[in-house]
Write a protein that binds this ligand. Structure first.
Ligand SMILES: [Mg+2]
Length: 117
């Protein structure tokens, strides 16, 4: 039977422990930070190419996302479940509101600049 992505995440999370996977999350986050840092160095001509380091960062980002999906599973399985999706949605909406406010501010600033060159 072919498992869906969510079924695969659940199977992995069930096999390991919350404590173990949070440790793994910390490790994967550290590797992602390092990979992102290497792109900056590659852009300055140090280390590998930007293409290579970008691919490495994609690998590490995938690992972090897999760990976050497992954390999402563990949080939803708590005695007092914490659902990640509503938190994510709230944050996305808040950020989009901030962007709209910033756009408005920039537009006003631009108009003001044109009025007073
Ligand atoms: Mg990794």
């Amino acid at each position: 039977m072919v498992k869906t992505r969510n079924e695969k995440i659940k199977a992995i999370a069930r096999f390991y422990s919350y404590e173990g996977q949070t440790e793994q999350l910390i490790e994967e986050c550290a590797k992602l930070i390092q990979a992102a840092q290497k792109i900056k160095r590659a852009a300055q001509g140090q280390g590998g190419t930007v293409e290579e380091t970008t691919r490495q960062m994609a690998e590490e980002a995938a690992d972090v996302m897999i760990m976050c999906e497992q954390i999402k599973f563990y949080l939803a399985a708590l005695d007092e479940p914490i659902e990640l999706d509503p938190i994510i949605n709230k944050k996305l909406d808040r950020q989009l509101t901030r962007i709209e406010a910033e756009k408005k501010k920039r537009k006003e600033k631009k108009q003001h600049g044109q009025e007073n060159p």
